[in-house]
Design a protein around this ligand. Structure first.
Ligand code: SF4
Length: 479
């Protein structure tokens, strides 16, 4: 099969940040009419790895495919289009993708017309793209995060040219409004407010794969939230790599605090946001969170390290003291606040003293939840070029020690919830016990309890009976 290269990724270009005005447009496929008869009666399967941004990208692709006539299949067998939506943030997510494609290539042997596509952050990196192209000749479409709006035209090209297509442009990116819309969940929704990232933390590949920070128009976000509320949604999560930077690139005179307040005033029962960079977190935002009861008192505030030298090498733009002052202000102004974080263990050359600074910060903040990772180098980032003298064994030992510190505080928090009653948004049947339902409290604690399936998508009162480190067992409170 011949390969048609429309664009290939270029990390240098991806790292440039020119003062260009953001281009706003509406997704508009050129071959919509031509594709409709080809898509009629056909099925697609989509598998997403990684963060909430990827989950939202999946929903966007689903909306486009369904609009043209494809129907969704939960099973990968006997479909006509397969899309693997990848993540490049950590090595193990990448390894899973290699394994999955290895399993799927047999389907292309069975069906020569199958479109087997790989998209997302992995293919935005030249070396990974080359490896995927060389290893899997069965994959006939590669497209990047900036080409999602062109998905239908790319599929049409695959049908009409019978060529393998590569369309991955490294660029600043635009803001594309997608009409129609599709949601995987009917009571909880993600709403993109800002795309891309300008922070360039030295270990992170995201600013290269997702382009510059570019905010959606204030009114477009408000209209989307209003539509969700009108449709009965119970929870909205405002989404961005760094939501706190919202509005800085617009001339609308609005920042993230203004947007958060405006959405809260629309009256959605639960409002969340993720992710927040501590550097951009203002007192004005804290005041808005404190003021509105429907803004959940749960903030994910990645710290990554508790040591100033490591934070400097990571390019995080704040010191330990600044981070702790921010936490202090949050805890003082927001009663009942629950904080979660991300921590990287084993950044190149991290010594014992620097690691202990992270443990001591954990003991000061007393997080209610956390995601911990052993550092994994991402090719193309500055940190990947740093020589590392810390052994794998030491990193693993430190990781286990850090988890003990975190779990002590998480357990104390969970234990203190026993006997109290909380509002829980019911998600569905519990993944650990099919006789139970599960859902999340306002502070994002997972609760399992007995109840009728009709409660899914509603907010109920649950009294906590038993605590485990990462979940709680409760009892439905009548009325
Ligand atoms: S803020 Fe840092 S860690 Fe987060 S996406 Fe941007 S570069 Fe990556």
């Amino acid at each position: 099969m011949k390969t048609k290269i429309i664009n290939t990724p270029d990390l240098l270009k991806a790292a440039s940040r020119k003062k260009e005005v953001t281009n706003f447009c509406v997704a508009n496929a050129k071959h919509l009419k031509d594709l409709k008869p080809l898509a009629k009666g056909k099925k697609y399967y989509i598998r997403t790895y990684g963060c909430q941004a990827n989950v939202r990208d999946e929903e966007t692709m689903r909306a486009m495919l369904e609009d043209v006539g494809y129907s969704f299949s939960k099973e990968v067998e006997n479909v006509d289009v397969i899309i693997i939506n990848t993540c490049a943030v950590r090595e193990n997510a990448e390894d899973k993708v290699y394994g999955e494609i290895g399993n799927l290539k047999r389907l292309r042997k069975k069906n020569k017309n199958l479109i087997l596509a790989i998209c997302g952050c992995m293919v935005e990196q030249p070396e990974i793209l080359k490896r995927l192209m060389d290893t899997f000749p069965e994959v006939n479409l590669f497209f990047g995060t900036h080409e999602i709006a062109q998905l239908l035209d790319l599929i049409y090209d695959c049908y009409s040219s019978n060529e393998r297509i590569v369309a991955i442009e490294s660029k600043q990116g635009e803001v594309v409004e997608f009409i129609p819309d599709c949601r995987n969940n009917h009571y909880k929704a993600y709403v993109n407010i800002i795309y891309g990232c300008n922070k360039f933390c030295t270990y992170c590949i995201v600013p290269y794969t997702r382009g510059k920070e570019r905010s959606r128009h204030f009114n477009d976000v408000i209209k989307e939230c209003q539509r969700l509320i009108d449709a009965g949604y119970q929870e909205i999560t405002l989404l961005g790599q760094n939501v706190n930077a919202y509005g800085k690139d617009l001339d609308e005179g609005k920042d993230f605090a203004d947007l958060l307040e405006a959405v809260a005033k629309l009256g959605i029962p639960r409002l969340r946001f993720t992710t927040s960079h501590p550097w951009d977190f203002s007192s004005k935002m804290i005041d808005v969170i404190a003021k509105y009861p429907n803004i959940m008192k749960f903030i994910h505030l990645p710290v990554q390290s508790g040591n100033d030298e490591i934070l400097r090498k990571m390019g995080r733009r704040y010191t330990r003291e600044q981070y702790l002052n921010l936490v202090k202000e949050m805890r003082e102004k927001i009663p009942g606040l629950s904080l979660s974080t991300d921590i990287i263990v084993g950044f190149p050359n991290e010594n014992e003293e620097q690691f202990q600074d992270t443990c001591s910060l954990v003991d000061i903040v007393q997080y209610e939840a956390a995601f911990t990772f052993i550092y994994s180098p991402r090719k193309g980032t500055p940190a990947a070029k740093m020589e590392d003298n810390v052994s794998k064994e030491t990193k693993t030992r430190r990781f286990q020690e850090l988890v003990k510190h975190l779990e002590k505080h998480i357990e104390e928090y969970s234990n203190a919830m026993v006997g109290n009653t909380y509002d829980v948004l019911v998600d569905g049947v519990s993944k650990t016990d099919e006789n139970m339902l599960s859902g999340y409290t306002e502070t994002n604690k997972l609760v399992h309890f007995k109840g009728d399936l009709s409660l899914v998508g509603t907010i109920v009162k649950v009294k906590i009976k038993e605590s485990h480190t990462y979940s709680l067992i409760g009892e439905l409170v009548n009325g």
